[in-house]
Design a protein around this ligand. Structure first.
Ligand code: GDP
Ligand code: IMO
Ligand code: MG
Length: 421
């Protein structure tokens, strides 16, 4: 059996959590492959809203195994908070969640380093989520990281060495060694809680499950434009958010990848700093933010809003090998009489449909204007019910992107979803 992948094609927050939850009944396993608690995946059903950060979005279906794969960076403290909240709402999480021994641990000092490094950057801040993601992946790549499997047996020597190294670095950066006693005690206590879970060799488990014919969905975090290799570098996260990241993060061979679901909003958002060619600084941008409730699920920060960028989407589809597209938040554009879509960039006076090396400056989006549908989509549940103007927008996008749109989301709730195939 091949593993399917679902990932974001823009700058994150496309609605991955909602769709993974919708698709989970068709899967036996849902697995996160990269990122960490910088993610905030929102699910809504039965009048309740949940935000997941490290735990896969398949967690609300009793019969689904959820795996936190080895490519993830993992904060025991935030995990405990998240897991206890789920336990309190009746999810038997210890039964259905497994955690890889290979996850790299986010230490309290990684979070301090994240903050200190951002501060040191001054005007060129990335606007990170402050969760210690960059410093943790930096330690991983520089071969100084601490994995869950390193400490789970009780030997804390690797942790202590990393902590002491970080404290020396923090003293250099900030002029004083931080007092981490309280944060450390909390972290060690949370590690005890984590020990109660099934901590596994996830690459073996994942391949065993596939060999047994189990259906697996790999859940991405962030989005393609935040990928460390192909995103708007350096304004990116520190992991591979693309399909290749599912292979490395879970130990799935490339030939064992099946469908790749690429998810995008009917417009575009970005949170944090960095270039955004189609960003709207006017009333339209503000209207999209208000109607789409575009505020960060984790940080509460205002999301920057703009028109859909088909140049960036085509690039993302190419990098990921997307086989099916999923369009989210279509309802947010219900009231617009005209919608714009960026079909090309003008760079130094020349038009290009190819995503350039840099989108920092001198990029002018070339727009196509499409008539709006001016009809509320929220109550529609079948493709046939949708207004003709909306269907024309879907066809336009499918042609521009050369990929079918198979799921359309018309509201945040699980039920507000139209599946075409
Ligand atoms: P993720 O990080 O990709 O899982 O996305 P987030 O959860 O950070 O952000 C998506 C936001 O949009 C959440 O608040 C969702 O509840 C909401 N949402 C998802 N799909 C739709 C939709 O089709 N319409 C509207 N109006 N909201 C949606
Ligand atoms: P989900 O999974 C949107 C952004 C941050 C910042 C940059 C680097 O919910 O889509 P980091 O803390 O990772 O070092 O921050 O990446 N970022 C996200 N933006 N959605 C996310 O996750 C994000 N995770 C990180 O705002 O610009
Ligand atoms: Mg999010």
């Amino acid at each position: 059996m091949k593993a399917d992948v679902l990932l974001g094609l823009q700058w994150g927050d496309e609605g991955k959590g909602k769709v993974v939850d919708v698709l989970t009944p068709a899967y036996d396993v849902v697995a996160r492959f990269q990122g960490g608690p910088n993610a905030g995946h929102t699910l809504e059903f039965d009048g309740k809203k949940y935000v997941l950060r490290s735990i896969p979005s398949g967690i609300f279906q009793d019969n689904t195994i959820n795996i936190i794969g080895g490519g993830v960076v993992f904060d025991p403290v935030l995990f405990e908070e998240e897991a206890r909240a789920l336990e309190a709402s009746g999810v038997d999480i210890k039964k259905i969640l497994k955690i890889s021994k290979k996850v790299h641990l986010i230490l309290p000092t990684h979070r301090l380093l994240d903050a200190a490094l951002e501060k040191a950057k001054g005007d060129s801040k990335i606007g990170t989520t402050g969760k210690g993601i960059g410093p943790t992946y930096t330690d991983k790549v520089s071969r100084q990281g601490v994995r869950l499997g390193d400490v789970v047996g009780g030997d804390l020597s690797k942790y202590e060495a990393a902590r002491d190294r970080h404290i020396r670095r923090l003293a250099e950066l900030t002029g004083a060694a931080p007092d981490i006693a309280e944060a450390e005690a909390k972290w060690l206590k949370a590690l005890e809680y984590v020990r109660q879970f099934d901590i596994i060799d996830s690459e073996h488990e994942v391949n065993r499950l596939l060999a047994q014919g189990k259906k697996m969905l790999c859940e991405g975090a962030q989005g393609t434009m935040l990928d460390v290799d192909y995103g708007s570098y350096p304004f990116v996260t520190s992991s591979n958010t693309i399909t290749a990241g599912a292979c490395s993060g879970l130990g799935v061979a490339p030939r064992n990848i099946g469908e790749v679901y690429g998810i995008f909003k009917a417009y575009c958002t970005r949170v944090g700093a960095g270039p955004f060619p189609t960003e709207l600084f006017d009333e339209t941008g503000k209207t999209i933010r208000d109607l789409g409730h575009e505020y960060g699920a984790v940080t509460g920060r205002e999301r920057r809003c703009g028109w859909i960028d088909l140049v960036a989407l085509r690039y993302a589809i190419m990098l990921n090998g997307v086989t099916r597209l999923i369009m989210m938040k279509s309802d947010v554009l219900d009231g617009f009489s005209e919608i714009k879509a960026c079909t090309a960039y003008r760079v130094n006076g020349e038009e290009t449909r190819d995503f350039p090396f840099s989108i920092d400056a001198g990029i002018e989006p070339v727009y196509t204007t499409i008539p709006g549908w001016k009809t509320p989509l929220g109550n529609m549940r079948a493709y046939d019910e949708l207004p003709d103007a909306f269907k024309a927008y879907v066809r336009f996008l499918e042609e521009e992107l050369a990929t079918p749109i198979t799921i359309i989301s018309v509201g945040p709730d699980r039920t507000e979803t139209i599946i075409r195939d």
